[in-house]
Design a protein around this ligand. Structure first.
Ligand code: PRT
Ligand code: ZN
Length: 299
């Protein structure tokens, strides 16, 4: 049987992870012509294929080696990893990179009118969740005995129907909890999208493509965090201005035509640039301050 030389990546077909996953690959330079209905598509300019599936199937596809890589939420990944551990199965994967999108937390929530002091409050409670393994792990860590009720969806309505005393569900803005008169009382895990890789040994061709893709992903993530800052500054303030810009590379200083006491400063900041930083720069004498996004970065 001929082994494919093309790297295969599993991505969520529809849902919260899909567009950010596709954007990331697009920014890595992949040219993909995916139609709405396509389950499988090829990058035109790199030896990479994409399989569009439900997010719950991604860990297994990667652990079984059907796909070499996958992009999935840590919540799904950790839940399935605990399930495999519980069943004594040896399924494994490598986490290559946290990707910074689809951030959320798996949290315990209770009705607004109930008091929560610490995890002990949950003693003998019924807790509804779609993440039974992560919840059991949380209860075990806190030495709490409670009934775990596994339900597939609409977990937040369980307390209102008197099916449960508390829930354990994903929260991002908190609006869904608020709509259901629930309050977030403890965090089980924080989650974001991650890139995972099969434990299987890849062919040299696939390894080469993987290394290229990882370098580009790192470049995209770094560029997203970084900003290009330009401003004019009095020569006498340069030392104090440098101390205001943490995470910055050595600035480029340029002369300003016909101006003796000021220079133009260009600098790349690898940290978010907040309004407060710009205000401090202005106080230190900087003017004409511009902050620009960076599209690509290769160190
Ligand atoms: O069809 P498929 O199985 O592929 O998708 P899915 O329906 O299982 O998942 P989907 O698309 O809803 O979410 C995919 C992933 O996005 C999740 O596994 C998380 O990693 C991540 N994510 C980030 C979230 C949220 N934020 C989120 N807020 N997933 C779900 N929610 C839900 C949550 O369950 C609750 O119902 O949104 C509601 C709460 O949101 P807030 O903003 O009101 O707090
Ligand atoms: Zn799912």
């Amino acid at each position: 049987m001929k082994t494919s030389t093309r790297l295969r990546i599993a991505i969520q077909k529809n849902g919260r992870l899909n567009s950010d996953s596709m954007d990331l690959l697009f920014h890595c330079g992949l040219k993909i012509r995916a139609t709405q209905k396509a389950l499988y598509c090829h990058a035109e300019n790199l030896p990479i294929d994409i399989l569009f599936v439900r997010d719950d199937d991604i860990p297994t596809l990667v652990m079984d080696g059907v796909c070499d890589l996958g992009i999935v939420g840590e919540n799904v990944l950790l839940e399935q990893a605990l399930e495999h551990k519980e069943n004594g199965s040896k399924k494994e994967f490598d986490t290559i990179k946290k990707l910074g999108f689809s951030r959320c937390r798996l949290s315990i929530a209770m009705p607004n009118d109930k008091t929560f002091t610490d995890a002990n409050t949950l003693q003998n409670c019924r807790i509804a969740t779609s993440y039974p393994n992560l919840l059991r792990d949380y209860l075990k860590r806190h030495h709490v005995k409670a009934e775990v009720m596994t339900i597939a969806g609409s977990v937040e309505v369980a307390p209102r129907l008197d099916m449960a005393d508390a829930i354990c569900d994903l929260v991002s803005t908190g609006a869904t909890l608020e709509e259901n008169n629930l309050k977030e009382v403890d965090t089980v895990i924080h989650s974001q999208a991650v890139l995972i890789k099969t434990k299987n040994t890849l062919t040299p061709e696939k390894t080469e493509t993987l290394e290229l893709l990882i370098r580009r992903i790192e470049g995209v993530l770094k560029a997203q965090e970084s900003k290009y800052i330009m401003f004019h500054a009095p020569k006498s303030s340069l030392a104090s201005i440098k101390s205001i810009l943490p995470g910055c590379e050595t600035p480029t200083i340029m002369f300003l035509e016909g101006v003796d006491d000021k220079v133009a400063v260009h600098v790349v900041s690898s940290e978010g640039v907040f309004w407060s930083t710009l205000e401090k720069l202005k106080q230190a004498g900087a003017s004409s301050i511009l902050v620009l996004p960076i599209e690509k970065m290769l160190s």
